[in-house]
Design a protein around this ligand. Structure first.
Ligand code: SF4
Length: 296
């Protein structure tokens, strides 16, 4: 059951991380207006099962006044609110408190702050300052830490091949930047999607272009063409040309059905899935979008 809408409030970010699966950067386009946010919140209410709204990106604090108002609107509509940020604004703990205080006053359910070597390798990072300031304000704060890919021992996997650890999902820029030299598995082994319930999604990500994404770059449809509540009501994985195949046979089935050119092996299922979807992007522009999350 769909219970969460995650706004990619902007694709723009202060950083340009190697592991970013939506290709965010300081130059990325695609930013919501407050009017669009309000429109989506109205639709979210109509769906009837939505409990939580997340604001993420990109870096949502780049739109600070819009973010604060968007949080207020979501709370007024009765939703729980979460935010994902890199904490870049925390030049000092005291100043971070100024940024975060309005959120403590409105009341949010989760503040997730990316705090890892991809975002900053400083011992005293902005993220750490933001986390301390949030704790002082009694905000429900958590840190997200994704490590650089590591090769884990054989015993972790039934068949005994080494696997890749560290938490990176090999989609988007991570494919371009982080797959080199990592152990790989034969493509035919990727017969399921390991991370998303495509038949019955629990949450979708929505961007300012209207793309309602089941996974980054894999869309249910365009909410600026068809209202979000209608898209959700009519969604049937079996009739989705890409998600249907992924749900029944994983990325390997996608490759087989469309007879796609492929390598012998891939780092993980997402690596194969992302590569296959990128090859199909121009054939299914409504379902594989936006192009910028495929690095184009
Ligand atoms: S296999 Fe594909 S659809 Fe599933 S989580 Fe990975 S990239 Fe997303």
């Amino acid at each position: 059951m769909l219970t969460g809408i995650h706004f990619l409030l902007t694709y723009r970010c202060t950083y340009e991380c190697d592991h970013c699966f939506v290709y965010s950067s300081p130059r990325a386009e695609g930013t919501f207006t407050l009017k669009q946010v309000s429109q989506v919140l109205d639709e979210a209410r109509k769906i009837g099962t939505i409990k939580s709204i997340y604001y993420e990106g990109g870096e949502p604090f780049l739109l600070y006044p819009v973010l604060i108002e968007a949080v207020r609107l979501a709370r007024q509509a009765g939703f729980q609110v979460g935010i994902v940020t890199n904490g870049h604004f925390a030049t000092s703990e005291e100043d971070a408190a100024l940024w975060l205080k309005p959120l403590a006053e409105i009341g949010i359910a989760d503040l997730s702050i990316s705090d890892d070597g991809f975002h900053s390798d400083a011992v005293e990072s902005p993220a750490k300052r933001a986390i301390r300031a949030a704790r002082e304000l009694h905000l429900p704060v958590d840190s997200i830490c994704i490590d650089a890919p590591t090769v884990e021992s054989k015993s972790a996997r039934e068949k005994g091949e080494p696997i890749v650890g560290g938490g990176v999902r090999f989609r988007g820029r991570a494919v371009e930047k982080l797959t080199q030299g990592l152990p790989r598995i034969h493509w035919q082994e990727f017969t399921e999607c390991p991370h998303e319930d495509l038949s019955d999604p629990g949450r979708v990500h929505m961007d300012a272009y209207g793309n309602v994404q089941l996974c980054q770059g894999l869309c249910m449809g365009d909410a600026w063409q068809t209202p979000l509540s209608t898209l959700v009501k009519n969604y049937d994985v079996a009739s989705h040309p890409i998600a249907g195949l992924l749900a029944s046979g994983g990325p390997a089935l996608l490759v087989k059905e469309f007879n796609l050119a492929h390598e012998d092996s891939y780092v993980d299922a997402c690596h194969l899935c992302y590569s296959a979807r990128k090859a199909l992007m121009n054939r299914f522009p409504e379902f594989l979008a936006p192009k910028q999350v495929y690095g184009i």
